[in-house]
Design a protein around this ligand. Sequence first.
Ligand SMILES: Nc1ncnc2c1ncn2[C@@H]1O[C@H](COP(=O)(O)OP(=O)(O)OP(=O)(O)O)[C@@H](O)[C@H]1O
Length: 362
Amino acid sequence: MKRDTVTATPADAATIERLETALGAGHSAAPAAGLTAAELTPVGVGAMADTFKVRLQWDHPGAGPACLILKQPAVDGTAATTAASLGAYEREARFYSELAPRTQVRAPRLYGVIDRAGAGAPDTVLLEDLTARHRPGDQLREMPIEELDRARHQLALLQAPFWENSATAELPWLHRRLGVPIPGILERMERSWHSVTDTIAADLPADERKCIDRFVGSAADWAQLNPGPQTLVHHDLRADNLLFGEGEIVLIDWQTIGWGSAMFDFAYLIGTSLEVGTRRRHEAELLRRHVAELQELGVDWTESEAQDIYRWAACAVLMMLVPPISSVKSNPRMVTMFRRMLSLGARQALDAGSLDLLDSRL
Ligand SMILES: Nc1ncnc2c1ncn2[C@@H]1O[C@H](COP(=O)(O)OP(=O)(O)OP(=O)(O)O)[C@@H](O)[C@H]1O
C-alpha cells in the first residue's frame, strides 16, 4: 500500500471501548486505565484480513501501549466469509494466545483479542507494533542466504516443542491441509491451473509446465501422503510473512497454522525465497543445519530421514500456489510474484524428483 494514499481515521466510541476492554483483559494496560482516543491507519489490506496501525491515547501516559497493530476480518464480504468459515481468524487468535507462549519463536507479542463478530470466539488480534524498526520481506527479490538461514532457525524453534506431540495434534482448531482428504482439491487445482496456462504461466519453460500439469493431477494424493514426523506447520512461511529487524526476524500471519509434515514449511521457505542456482548450492547444507538444530532442541531425527521427506515436500510451493493463481488478475505485482513462485516451485519439484517419488508410491 502506498504511504501517500494512506490516511488516519479516528476510532469511534464503540471501537475505543472494545480496545480498552481487550487490552485490560490481556493485561496490556494498567487496571482501570482509560483509553481516551485512538487513530487507525491501514498498513495492509490482505486477502482475508484488514490490518491497521492504531495510535492510542490514555488518560495516564504510559498506562497502556502507545501503538499497536490491529488485525481483523476483511471488510470484503466474500473473502471474510470464506476466512470465517475456514476458522482462519479464530485460529490466528488461538495461536497467539495458546501456542506462541509455548515456543521460543519470535512472533509479535499479543496485547489482546476481540470477538468482533460476537460469534463466541475471538476474531481480531491486537499485536505489538513492529512498523518502526522492522521491514517486511520482499517476495519479488531473492532473500540473502544469511537471512533465510535465520528464518529457518525460527522454524526450528516453532517445530521442536510440538514435535510428534499428540495433544497438539488433536487440537480441533488447527488447520489440516496435509494427510486428510481435501474436498474438491483436484477440481480447484485443475480449474485454477488451466485458467492461467495462457496468461501467467504462458512463458514458463515446457518442463516446468509439464511438472505442474502432473502435480495438479496428483495433488490430492500428494497431500494425503503427508509423510514423516508431524509438528506445527505455518503453511505460508515466506518473505511476505516475515518482518526483518535489527538482529531478529519476526514471523507473522498465523491464520493457517496447522499440523503436518515437518519438512513442509522448510521446503516452502527455501523454494519461495531462493533463486534456483542458490537453492541448488545451499539446500543440502540448510537441511543439515535444520536437523542439527532440531537435534540440539531435543528432537530425535536424522539427516537422511529428513532428505527422504524433502523429496516429497519439494512440491509444497505448488500445493500452496496453484489453487489461488486463478484469482490473481489485475495486480501486476501479484502476477509477477505468482509467476516467479510457480517457476521456482516447479523447478524445486523437478530437482528433487518429487513426481517420480509420487508415481512410485501410488
Ligand atoms: N505486528 C506487526 N508489526 C508491524 N507490521 C505488521 C504487523 N503485523 C502485520 N504487519 C503488516 O501488515 C501486513 C499484513 O499482515 P498479515 O500478513 O498478518 O495479514 P494479511 O496478509 O493482510 O492477511 P491474510 O492473513 O489475509 O493473508 C504485513 O505484511 C505487515 O507489513
